[in-house]
Design a protein around this ligand. Sequence first.
Ligand code: SF4
Length: 546
Amino acid sequence: MGAGTRRLFGKASVTRQLQRTLTGWRITWRILRRFTPSLLVFTPSMLSNDHSALRLSKSRFMAGVQCLKRLYFQVHHPELAAQPDETALASLRQGQEVGELAREAFPGGVLVNADKLNLPEAVERTSQLVADGEVKTIFEGTFKQDDIVVRTDILARKPRGGWRLVEVKASTDIKAHHPSDVAIQQYVLNASLLEIEPSLMHVNRGYVYDGREYDLEMLFTIRDMGSEVEKLQAKLPEMIRQQRVVLSRPDPPEIAPGRHCEDPIRCEFYDHCNPELPDDHVQLLPAISATRLNQLAARGITSIHEIPADFPLSTRQRRACHCVQTAAPWFDEGLKEAIGQLEYPLRFMDFETVNPALPRFPGMRPYDPIPFQWSVHTRETADDPPEHHEFLAEDESDPRLLFLNSLLGIIGRDGHIVVYNRTFEYQRLEELARWIPEYAGRIGQIQARLWDLLEAVKKNVYHPRFRGSFSLKRVLPALIPELTYDRMCVADGEEAGLAWEKMIRGQVSEQEKARLRKALLDYCSLDTLAMVRLLDYLTNAATTGT
Ligand code: SF4
């Protein structure tokens, strides 16, 4: 930890944690407000005059830091925003769980519980709490200065005067946009005549949960943000002025979409600004860098068909370029050699996981993935039909030992285990060996048998419809269109994690549980069946060259 790092003191009971966890799963109006506070606190109907349109909040300010056009759309065209999806809402729920737990590190704190739509009340209540010397800590304090509104996660009174501002994040480190987030709060609080020591409290990835109670001192880390925030203070008036100038104009600023559309978060106007690219767009070359894209843009080239032969590209990019230009797939001679390495019997294996910020079982650290499902297709010889086996954890209890034991019962000791992205399954097995060390030897044998179909595809195959990606979800429909994830209730790993959480947490009907269970089993089974079929397809392509 750095010099500015502090530890907290206190314990939280498991009971309280469980209550909190269950509570956190309710999709509440409160969460939605937190998701788009600027849209909900200041709705278009409230913008009755130009003055209110110029009002800033912390979230509006941060939207403007990411992109001034995003800020403009939030205020003047919120109807263009995409609705928050399940993944975004789950991420917010997780942030809320972390935020509520972080408060327990400041016992006796007072929450400003005024309805957030009633801004004057919240500001007034905060002002009363600040004036009351008996109040040591304020949660969700609300401040308004210079027509900028901020809500502070934690404000702790220092023994010798002044306040420590603590911004809570569910991240495991300070990110590039965090200083601006804290700086705008300090700016407003300073204007409210408060002396502030700014800091940021985040999850400590190194903390190991003992399975009984959270040690808040170890689970959280508080980092001093004084120097980072200080550097920004002088720039803030100009940044604020610039945001208000943009908001006062009749049209949005002309800002081209780019990597900033997904950094630090995927902008809610992404689909509006980024229409689907045609298959031949230069941005769809695999791993194309911003530098190369700028060089192509400078020459006015947007289509892969227009890229000259002498333009610098990597081997993989040049191959993709050739495929698109000739509208033909490409299979390298190395494909036959790669497939020839495979030793039967084969196992085609896939894991599903969720990685909660707050660890749930002994030995786990924040964001450690919990393995909850596997699917394996077995094939004894190349001529045998595949057989399917599967495991799905059915409740909230620790699934790790059941997961591992059931897998060991089917995985055998001979032949290769085919996976799509070896690193993922290898690391999950590594974690299982750490948690259940008596199985480390057997797990090591499984790891030694992993064979990466993704690597074979990346090195040896390209199809114009890959659109720059080698993910199974892109490769499969391009090569084997009849096998598709379209119309599946669960269609990717993230959705699988969300469906499993819903299923095990018991807040859905039995009918819904059964539906989620089936969707999960269908999805994971398709992942391994897809590998079986893909290997068949590539074996044929390696032989025939088509
Ligand atoms: S999608 Fe990109 S360009 Fe459009 S508003 Fe969002 S960040 Fe700005």
